[in-house]
Design a binder for this molecule. Structure first.
Ligand SMILES: Nc1nc2c(ncn2[C@@H]2O[C@H](COP(=O)(O)OP(=O)(O)O)[C@@H](O)[C@H]2O)c(=O)[nH]1
Ligand SMILES: [Mg+2]
Length: 448
């Protein structure tokens, strides 16, 4: 066994190490988001921000006419007969082909359980019954980082699908990282249904769509092939939304299916390169998003702490204002009452305070006390009401202006600082190390 491994060509060995590094990067990024304790999704949610966890694999959606060779392509890529091929025009459903630990076929419900983000598919009536997942243990090519979504062959005419096939494909298109459109030379290359869906998909996804002339070995000689290609391109260009300059359509066929020994160039490697390119792009995007999401979380924390500081100082001011009005509300009435009593009840006051104090008070409060004397006796009850009213109003004002806003507890502040520290240091450091792991695969060490 070990001898066999050693005999592997160095290219294959490098390939498999690359595979595992890229796989590791996407897995670790995914975990950084979904960790139940300190995952970024949960942290962001506590700050009122919604983050989506990155996927561990890219999704490739394959669409095309019935019998265009979609399923055969998947089987060729995976190097295992996972998908049924060449079936008669019968209703086929959607099939997700993915890598895993054990060969297994899952039903629609199990599929939705495995991929919760596919759950909205349930809204399209009937689809769940025609949805399966094929798990294969294959590690060929980049299969560990790719999830293929095989779709029912499209046909024109009276064919009745037990679900809204267009709607389902459009919905899956929103999820895909790549959309492969297969046109075959013999079948109904110009199937209207296919062209309609292609046109609709290209409204939002033209940059991830790739067109291929599949089963190119069956297209006859070179001039026949050119004619077929011209025909398809012409048909596509009739559609205003699809009229793209520099329309590219590589000719591909599954190598071992070339029974007739056609000499046609096979550009199927370009398909693999496209998948590879998309994986690399996805890894870079995922790492960039990770950094951006960390920054966003740190900014939110910063804003929260700043706002809390502002609220704290506003609360302090409010308390001070409240205390001032409170004091006024007590002191002024006290002054008024005292002077009133001095001026009107001199004898009683003398008994209570003693002559000395009364004299001293008389010096300071004399002018006010004289003011009281000027007011006729019959109004004195109103004066007392006024004083009580004044006190009441001042105390109410004091209460009103001293209202404070809720601030963060010390524990909450510490928690926020910890979050900032975690995303800015721990997560970002992790991101940096993943980035250099990624770059190391293609660049020599001294360049880093
Ligand atoms: N000659 C040739 N036949 C192919 C090729 N790909 C698929 N086929 C055949 O075309 C038929 C339909 O293929 P299939 O993969 O089921 O098409 P699908 O309906 O698009 O999934 C099958 O009988 C395959 O053997 C190819 O590249 N070359
Ligand atoms: Mg098929």
């Amino acid at each position: 066994m070990s001898g066999k491994v050693k005999q592997k060509s160095s290219a294959t060995a490098a390939d498999s190490s690359t595979q595992s590094i890229n796989e590791k990067i996407l897995k670790e990024c995914h975990t950084l988001y979904i960790d139940p304790d300190n995952g970024l999704v949960k942290i962001a949610e506590s700050l009122g921000l919604t983050l989506l966890a990155p996927r561990k694999k890219i999704s490739v959606l394959l669409i095309g006419n019935h019998s265009a060779g979609k399923s055969s392509f998947i089987n060729w890529y995976v190097e295992e007969k996972v998908q049924r091929t060449g079936v008669a025009i019968e209703t086929q459903g959607f099939s997700i082909v993915t890598s895993g630990r054990k060969r297994e076929s899952l039903t629609g419900n199990a599929t939705l359980h495995l991929y919760p983000h596919f759950e909205p598919l349930r809204q399209i009536e009937g689809v769940t019954d025609y949805l399966t997942t094929e798990i294969s243990t294959s590690k060929q090519k980049r299969f560990n980082l790719v999830k293929f979504i095989d779709t029912p062959g499209l046909v024109d005419g009276d064919m009745q699908y037990p679900f809204d096939v267009n709607r389902a494909i459009l919905w899956l298109g929103d999820l895909a990282d790549l959309i492969f459109v297969f046109f075959d030379p013999i079948g109904q290359a110009l199937c209207k249904r296919t062209l309609n869906i292609v046109e609709e998909l290209s409204n939002d996804h033209s940059e991830i769509m790739r067109f291929y002339l599949s089963k190119a070995d069956e297209a006859g000689d070179e001039s026949d092939r050119q004619r077929v290609l011209m025909q398809i391109v012409q048909e596509l260009c009739k559609r205003p939304n699809l009229n793209r300059t520099g329309f590219e359509m590589p000719t591909i066929y599954v190598p071992n299916m070339n029974q007739k020994g056609s000499s046609c160039v096979n550009q199927i490697e370009e398909v693999c390169q496209d998948i590879e390119k998309t994986i690399n792009q996805t890894i870079q995007n995922t790492l960039n998003s990770l950094e951006r999401d960390c920054d966003q979380i740190a900014t939110l924390v910063e804003e929260k702490l700043q706002k809390n500081m502002k609220t704290s100082s506003e609360n302090l001011q409010a308390r001070f204002r409240g205390a001032s009005f409170g004091l006024l509300g007590v002191f002024i009435p006290f002054l008024m009452l005292t002077t009133y009593l001095i001026s009107t009840q001199q004898k009683v006051m003398k008994d209570i305070l003693g002559e000395n104090i009364l004299d001293t008070l008389g010096i300071y409060l004399g002018p006010l006390a004289r003011g009281w004397k000027a007011i006729p006796v019959q109004y004195s009850t109103y004066i007392l009401y006024f004083i009580f009213g004044f006190t009441l109003i001042m105390l109410l004002i004091a209460r009103y202006v001293s209202r404070t806003k809720l601030t963060l507890s010390r524990k909450e502040k510490r928690h926020l600082s910890e979050i900032r520290e975690f995303v800015q240091n721990t997560v970002k450091k992790k991101k940096e190390s993943l980035y250099s792991d990624y770059l190391k695969q293609s660049v020599a060490d001294h360049d880093l």
